[in-house]
Design a protein around this ligand. Sequence first.
Ligand code: XMP
Length: 321
Amino acid sequence: MSIHEIAAADLNVKQFIEEQVESIRQAVGDGWAINALSGGVDSSAVTMLGHKALGNRLKTYFVDNALMREGEPQRVVALFAELGVPVELIDARDEFLAALRGITDPEEKREAVTQTFYKTVFGRLVRASGAKHLLQGTILTDVDETVAGIKRQHNVFEQLGIDPQEAFGYHILEPLIQLRKDGVRKLAAGLGLPKSIYDRMPFPGPALAARIIGEVTAERLDIVRKATAITEEELEDTGAFQYMAILHEDRVTGMRDGQRDFGLQIEIRCWDSVDARRATPTRLPWETLERLADRILTGVPGVVSVTYGIAPKPPSTMEVV
Ligand code: XMP
């Protein structure tokens, strides 16, 4: 199936919203639809489109998969409550951690998150709700990179020849599939979402699992979560496309209080990009990097090394997993 791209500059937001609302209504008929909100711009835009189309016949869940940033689940649910969109918070942390136990291969990690999300947790919610349709925020870049075999994105099935109806028991509607990130931001603003959402930097489906090299455990998630909070605070005003903290698998020799300490390494990446297809590292001021390193070395237990990634995409990708 070839997808007709709509560039952000050509996107007529009002018309796009009308068309997508109509097409969601037609697909769902008088049934129900269900969707999962992560708080990113894609799933937020889809939630608003679905809510506009179906009102309370759209059931929105926020699945806490243990891989989220600090305070994220509660923050997102509260924000949508303010917008008049009810969102149910599902605590699935143990299930995800169990599925990720012992896995170190990047694609297996992505697969574990995908399978736990769709087959186990979300599949269960869909079956319980009786909904036959799932709204999902897949964008064109996700499709490109999955089809090219660069990464198995979190949310691309039909393009891979996997029938979601057969594999998971439901139809997937993907209203954003013709857009890239800049188009989705324009749409999200037009849907009345606040700037804190439509201008929000992207965050990957596998969440912090995409930023841990090696095994994803509750303890390692705590480390990358703390480093992420500090990094996001310090780099918020840079205007960069995306910035992140990564936990490496290898330990390195360091010293603390006069003692040898075989400690952890955090890598910071900060990207300039328009649509995530290509990206270059931001030329951050040295003072910013120093402050960031200092806060991570003192604020995140066990870290003895902080590095800044300077390889562009390609050949790097933005996330490490
Ligand atoms: P990469 O690492 O492929 O990332 O250069 C490009 C952009 O995509 C985001 N990303 C994802 N987004 N599901 C998503 O919705 C995913 O599985 C996923 N993996 C990466 C990444 O954060 C960056 O903005």
